[in-house]
Design a protein around this ligand. Structure first.
Ligand SMILES: NC(=O)c1ccc[n+]([C@@H]2O[C@H](COP(=O)([O-])OP(=O)(O)OC[C@H]3O[C@@H](n4cnc5c(N)ncnc54)[C@H](O)[C@@H]3O)[C@@H](O)[C@H]2O)c1
Length: 447
């Protein structure tokens, strides 16, 4: 039977066996989603501790509903986890690559991806389909993956099907977004497109089908756009500070035009995608135009250094900074998650510690300390602080009572609200000084 027909039959009958290489923030929720859809799924990871934990139903990835879903899939026998990739790949109809593809010094580090390809090579066989969910530089599917399979004697889109199906989920909403986000399917040829689309239709509400290169470009294009937009918001914040305006009000008013949608400024950009994906795109952008992306990256990195400068000046007040105490509320890169990947809070904690400030962090979601003191409660963090910095806009921090904060902190305490979640007027009415990115810096509050 032709490969395409056989795989389509195995999808519709749910007899297809799937293997996922990499059981992290992307691979594990994806493996769970396909297991729940009725497929026989094997998850492979090189981290034996992670595999042992998952097998016991204790994932170290904090995702609402994930632990329970993993346990249900394991109990039902629809999910197996292992460190050994050979046998699962040999027995699978579909293998999906979900390994990290970080960027080091602006250059993609594809070592994990190549290791995963080596593993695929060991167990590859005619009649299977290879799917790539890792974020990869444009043209990797046709320029790197396909030639490696061809070198083994296979005809791509005939003997072996191949597609790039980028992941777009947001940590903390992985299971929900896995189903609700539009899934882009970038098949290397018509058969690959059709089979991958049918497979993802079993778990995603909407699929968009295209070729592999367009899918690769669309993935890095969407995240680069968001990075550029945030850089523009940060640029406006710096401008508002120079002129003494409130950037939030400027952006709110600009966004009342239905064709404008400017993001919010902040402490910088974190996470696994936004600080990385622009570098995957930039390699292919004509040199004359690449400054746009490079400048945006620079602004989003430098805003974090700018915040540190503001904090140092705000805490100095002519009496020096040595021994002064700051409470940093939030260490994760985005609200209401445990994910600390590339969190700007890390840079702030480390820079202030180096400057001789006593830094105490508090985050109800993450045990991360960045090598400093960690408070076990909000009150413990606030006690005796000369400065309180909101680094992550966790929902719980929105209800901090300004009078209570004033009561616990030292006289003259400055509140620096990175994500601008507190009410400036209420903070000031309680006798505290309020500063934010793009707010209050020029009003004589910082010398
Ligand atoms: N985290 C996100 O929010 C997100 C969103 C969209 C896309 N992505 C992309 O998805 C990919 C995976 O990211 P992640 O966040 O899941 O990473 P992660 O670090 O959370 O997990 C990756 C897992 O892969 C394992 N691994 C590494 N090499 C392996 C190999 N050769 N074989 C088997 N397992 C291996 C690691 O041990 C780890 O458990 C990356 O390319 C990332 O850019 C991530």
């Amino acid at each position: 039977m032709p490969v395409e027909s056989r795989l389509l039959e195995r999808i519709s009958s749910r007899r297809a066996a799937l293997t996922f290489l990499g059981l992290g923030h992307v691979g594990l929720p994806t493996a769970v989603a396909f297991s729940r859809a009725g497929f026989q799924v094997t998850g492979v990871d090189t981290d034996s501790q992670r595999v042992r934990n998952i097998a016991l139903g204790k994932c170290d990835i904090r995702e609402p509903g994930l632990d329970e879903a993993v346990v249900a899939c394991l109990d039902r026998g629809g999910l197996h986890v292992t460190c050994d990739s050979y046998e699962p790949i040999r027995m699978s109809d579909f293998v999906s690559i979900c390994v990290p593809t970080p960027v080091e010094m602006g250059k993609p580090d594809m070592r994990n991806f190549h290791a995963a390809l080596d593993a695929v090579k060991e167990g590859v066989h005619r009649g299977m389909m290879i799917l790539i969910e890792s974020t990869i530089p444009p043209s990797t599917t046709s320029g790197t993956v396909a030639p490696r399979l061809r070198s083994l004697g296979y005809t791509i889109d005939e003997d072996i099907l191949l597609a790039y199906c980028p992941e777009r989920l947001m940590p903390s909403r992985a299971l929900e977004e896995f189903a609700s986000n539009t899934r882009i399917i970038g098949g290397i040829g018509p058969k690959s497109r059709r089979v991958a689309a049918e497979l993802y239709k079993t778990v995603s509400r909407c699929v968009e089908v295209t070729d592999a290169l367009t899918a690769e470009l669309s993935k890095v294009a969407e995240n680069t756009f968001r990075d550029l937009n945030i850089a523009y918001a940060n640029l406006l914040a710096l401008t508002a500070e120079n002129l003494g305006a409130d950037v939030n009000e400027v952006i709110r008013l600009a966004n009342t035009h239905h064709r404008v949608s400017i993001h919010k400024p902040g402490l910088g950009v974190g996470g696994s995608c936004l600080p990385k994906d622009p570098y995957l795109l930039i390699q292919h952008v004509p040199k004359s135009a690449s400054d746009l992306i490079r400048s945006a990256r620079k602004i989003n990195d430098e805003i974090t250094r700018h915040v540190v400068d503001i904090l140092l000046k705000a805490m100095d007040k002519g009496t020096g900074i040595k021994g002064k105490r700051i409470a940093i509320l939030g260490v994760t890169y985005k609200p209401d998650t445990e994910d600390v990947m590339n969190s700007p809070a890390r840079y702030v904690v480390e820079a202030l510690t180096r400057a001789g400030i006593c830094v105490c962090v508090y985050d109800p979601y993450s045990p991360e300390t960045y090598g400093t003191e960690r408070a076990s409660s909000l009150d413990e963090a606030l006690e005796g602080a000369d400065c309180v910095m909101i680094a992550t806009g966790h929902t719980v921090f929105k209800s901090i009572d300004p009078d209570h904060m004033r009561h616990l902190t030292r006289s003259g305490c400055v509140v620096f609200d990175g994500p601008r979640i507190l009410d400036a007027a209420r903070i000031e009415a309680a006798g505290l000084t309020y500063l934010g990115v793009g707010y209050g810096i020029q009003k004589g509050r910082v010398s």
